[in-house]
Write a protein that binds this ligand. Structure first.
Ligand SMILES: [Zn+2]
Length: 71
C-alpha cells in the first residue's frame, strides 16, 4: 500500500482548536483535539494530517487533487 503524502486541512484563521479522527474508515483513529495556541499549524500525531489556519495558497504548494484531464 503506497504511503500518501500527509493531507493538509485548511481551517478558518480564527480557529483555536481542531478535532481529528483520521476521517474514519481504515485510516481512522480515536478522536483527538489539537489546539493551535500561538502556532499557525498543528500536525495530527495519529495520521500526520496537518491543520493550517488560513486559506490555501493559490498556487505553489503542491496540493494533491484527483481530477480528470479530459477538459
Ligand atoms: Zn488524525
Amino acid at each position: 500500500m503506497p504511503i500518501d503524502a500527509p493531507e493538509i486541512i485548511y481551517v478558518d484563521e480564527d480557529t483555536e482548536s481542531v478535532g481529528c479522527d483520521g476521517g474514519g474508515g481504515a485510516l481512522g483513529h480515536p478522536l483527538v483535539y489539537y489546539t493551535f495556541g500561538s502556532s499557525r499549524s498543528v500536525t495530527c500525531g495519529y495520521c500526520d494530517r496537518e491543520f493550517v489556519r488560513g486559506t490555501p495558497p493559490a498556487d505553489g504548494a503542491p496540493i494533491e487533487i484527483h481530477q480528470t484531464t479530459d477538459r
